[in-house]
Design a protein around this ligand. Sequence first.
Ligand SMILES: NC(=O)C1=CN([C@@H]2O[C@H](COP(=O)(O)OP(=O)(O)OC[C@H]3O[C@@H](n4cnc5c(N)ncnc54)[C@H](OP(=O)(O)O)[C@@H]3O)[C@@H](O)[C@H]2O)C=CC1
Ligand SMILES: [Fe+3]
Length: 534
Amino acid sequence: MANEALIPLMKQKMKTDNREGRTTLGIIGTGNFAVALAKRLTMSGYDVIMGSRRPEARQNNLTMISDCLCGVELTSIAECFRKASIIFVALHMEDFKITLEPFVDAARGKILIDVSNREHPYAAISNAEHLASVLKHSIVVKGFNSISAYTLESFQESGSSHKVFIASNDSMARNKVADIAKTMGFSVVDLGGIRSARFMEEFVLRVFSHWKIPIIFTFGIFNLWSLYIVYLYFIEASVFQWEQVFLKVLNKPLCMTAITVLAITYLPSQLASIVQVYNGTKHKQFPRFLATWLKSRKQFGLISFFLITIHVIASTVMMSPTYYSSWFRPVTVTVPANVSVSQVLPVSPGVMIWKGEAACLVGITAFVILAIVAVTSIPSVGDSLNWSEWRCIHSKLSLAGLILTVGHVCIMGAPNWVNLETLKLFKSITFLSILLPLLVILLRLTFGCPPLSGYLRKIRRGWERNSESQISPLVQEEPVTILHQFDEKMVNGYQGVRLESSCCCDNTAPAPSTSSCNQPKSVSFNVQCECSAV
Ligand SMILES: NC(=O)C1=CN([C@@H]2O[C@H](COP(=O)(O)OP(=O)(O)OC[C@H]3O[C@@H](n4cnc5c(N)ncnc54)[C@H](OP(=O)(O)O)[C@@H]3O)[C@@H](O)[C@H]2O)C=CC1
Ligand SMILES: [Fe+3]
């Protein structure tokens, strides 16, 4: 691995790269990723040299793939090492040794960007560390491995919402690669030393890891509600026919699951408030289950919205007096004396009563509000909002959505609840399904009203009940970031929280400015933001 003594040599080489102000970058490999990268770099204003084992054989292929590649110089790997000082290694890890070992001296002092991914999650060392061991005197930077060839090629779709993670032991090399990524239109996340490469490579192999728990939970809740519905409507009383099982019957556990999962989305925030008030500080870690639950809120919310959407469509399809008899005015038919009852009379359906209309209005409004919340949780949309707007939508508007959803159920069920005995009340599915959401709303309102709201705000600004040394008010106004080691837990948390800044602050003594941090050891997350969103 390169050391700082190589930096002057590198600077010298960088200067020779400039032709008419353009920097020359090398790419070793001519596969899918290399071609997409060459196109993107060319369109971002770089001169590109591609190094191949068989340049003559590849030349025709490249120009046939795209016109953008006409200006790209295709040469041997040795020539590529000679002409460029920053080189992307777009090879499979298994080929590093056999293909690159002869170029140990040619690679001396060069910045090599390892873009490779692994087949399997478990490996003793990362691909980047393996590359550094093959080309001992080079400076290896891990990066771009989470960006697909498709993303590189589709200019319009890959905006700053696509993040390029970068890791290297050499801070100057990291900065240079970060500048290239920014010029290409990506936003950059600096993950510090090369050890982070292990997690960068493992991270991309995970398949919907954040979705597993929410999906299993939702499935469990759906099964429980379904069993209860079957018991109520088919075993205890024969209310429905089996033919109605696909829409009318299924719609019931579906909407009950949707509202339960919606409550589960907002419940951990309230539990977090309870824990923080109980501890009298925000600096104590949440219990593991709660931390995981907090990180899964987005997934729970989106699953709930998905179920609500199906419920809305199914209800709209069935919207008739036959299915929703209690929502419509009954039709009285007077049979004239000269008409026999066996004759068919045209009967116009009754209009909706207040209950039906009000339930529809409140339900539609809740659906639209939750749609806005769901859409803004898409990173590219969320990124267009500032922090206050994002917080307003995910805190206030989502609460309004939950209240309206409960209101929708109450309008449907409440007129019946008053006539029911206590025991029978617990057999009402509308009553049962609002209990958890009501608890969440009550907790939210309790923590949102003085004096608890003020107390909680104080805690979230750094105040500690049992601490002598309070953080100065000036520092409290700054976003408080905590230095995490880049470990599995942090990568998991990445999707759930908004990345705000990357200063390196200590948990107990937040640094007031990012400038004091020349070499952040890891990304840091704006914990203030996460807590506020709570
Ligand atoms: N494709 C994608 O979307 C992404 C790919 N990556 C990573 O980028 C790297 C390249 O991927 P990709 O371009 O798809 O792979 P390809 O199989 O399409 O290309 C690999 C290239 O490696 C070169 N090579 C050098 N030595 C050997 C060797 N001994 N045997 C075979 N080929 C060799 C070949 O070029 P030549 O014959 O000209 O020397 C070949 O074109 C991989 O490590 C992959 O994990 C990372 C993110 C996304
Ligand atoms: Fe409904």
